[in-house]
Ligand binder design. Structure first.
Ligand code: NAD
Length: 359
């Protein structure tokens, strides 16, 4: 009963025409930012996260505390728990589900391939089954990834480019997710929007990502490993600032509209969409390091090595014209500015003191 009350309170809408959104992966990097942004504009938000230890769980707990102080309740649970999902979707008639829970990261698949299948495939199907049976059916917006472009060499990447040559198991599970969601749209009329995020960075970011671990190592005086592609070409990424990604997520939720309310009857009537959410200006990894050095006022010990065959692709670059025209997506933060904000957050959270938490 206490639990139900917390879920209901958290889902309450405080603006006219607002939405109630179940955010999976809410204790994660993107999920925490999206949850706060929705709450700030008066939408109802309930989070769900299994708080796994892929990276420092204390960071997830800290994000969770922040959400709690803003009146957002995060259910401690797994997207593979069908009974839990049915119960949550029964307690609240969510208009939308923002599905961000996933096993992220490209390299970890070599250590734990099953975790990708568990969260990104089995978990996705469990969630879709619950949404399919919910009445009304919520519109679903979920995170795919730029990694689906895999060995595609035609740049910038457009949504219609081929995605049949993934370079990592992570990418393969995201690509599978796009196909799985398509079938749920086709058969059960679920409204689906897949967002291909391009290397998202910013405050409260993920410790397993390069910009984050480089910052930690530079502050600790430890060397950083910079991978170089074939023919000594620098790797480059279309780094995208978190606030821009959040705006893209909210724009998608707004466009996805209210629930289709079909209860599975309006076959094929609901939209199926896929959008790139990138920054449209790739930056090489050595340049990223130089910017960090400037903001941190310290020199990095650079260790440049040839890229091992670990699933990384050499270059990413988004064409965002579809997202621009259909969901009003317009990134405004360049890497210099965004990293400055990240570094400011990092230092206030961990301190200069060798990257150990201050409290
Ligand atoms: P994150 O790891 O910080 O967030 C994911 C959250 O989901 C974590 O808090 C984790 O505990 C939770 N989770 C994982 N498996 C779960 C499960 N089975 N049940 C319940 N909760 C589970 O990652 P992020 O960077 O915030 O990424 C969010 C989404 O965006 C993911 O789907 C990711 O694949 C995708 N994405 C991220 C990036 C990026 O650069 N950050 C790029 C492309 C795609």
């Amino acid at each position: 009963i206490q639990w139900e009350k917390q879920v209901r309170n958290s889902a309450q809408i405080h603006r006219s025409g607002g939405m109630s959104v179940l955010v999976t992966g809410a204790a994660g990097f993107v999920g925490s930012h999206v949850s706060l942004a929705l709450k700030r504009r008066g939408d109802g938000v309930v989070g769900l996260d299994n708080f796994n230890n892929y990276y420092d769980p204390s960071l997830k707990k800290a994000r969770n505390s922040l959400l709690n102080t803003h009146g957002i309740f995060v259910i401690d649970g797994d997207v593979n728990d069908a009974r839990l999902l049915d119960k949550v979707l029964d307690v609240v008639a969510f208009t939308h589900v923002m599905h961000l829970a996933a096993q992220a990261g490209v390299r970890y698949a070599m250590e734990n391939p099953q975790s990708y299948v568990h969260s990104n495939i089995a978990g996705l199907v469990t969630l879709l089954e619950a949404c399919k049976s919910a009445n009304p059916q919520p519109a679903i917006v979920w995170a795919s990834s730029s990694s689906v472009y895999g060995l595609n060499e035609k740049v910038p990447f457009s949504e219609s480019d081929r995605t049949d040559r993934p370079a990592s198991l992570y990418a393969a599970t995201k690509k599978a997710g796009e196909e799985i969601t398509h079938t749920y749209n086709h058969i059960y009329g679920l409204s689906i929007t897949g967002l291909r995020f391009f290397t998202v960075y910013g405050p409260w970011g993920r410790p397993d990502m390069a910009y984050f671990s480089f910052t930690r190592n530079i502050l600790q005086g430890k060397p950083i490993t910079i991978y170089r592609g074939k023919n000594r070409v620098d790797l480059a990424r279309d780094f995208t600032y978190i606030d821009d990604i959040v705006k893209g997520c909210l724009g998608s939720l707004d466009t996805a509209g209210k629930s289709t309310g079909s209860g599975g009857k309006k076959r094929g009537a609901a939209p199926y969409r896929i959008y790139n959410l990138g920054n449209t200006s790739p930056v090489t990894v050595p340049t990223l390091v130089s910017i960090l050095e400037r903001h941190l006022k310290r020199k990095a010990k650079r260790n440049v090595v040839d890229m091992p065959g670990n699933g990384d692709v050499p270059y990413t670059h988004a064409n965002i014209s579809s997202a621009r025209s259909e969901i009003g997506y317009k990134p405004t933060t360049d890497l210099q500015t965004g990293l400055k904000k990240f570094v400011r957050w990092y230092l206030s959270y961990y301190g200069y003191n060798h990257g150990k938490p201050v409290n």
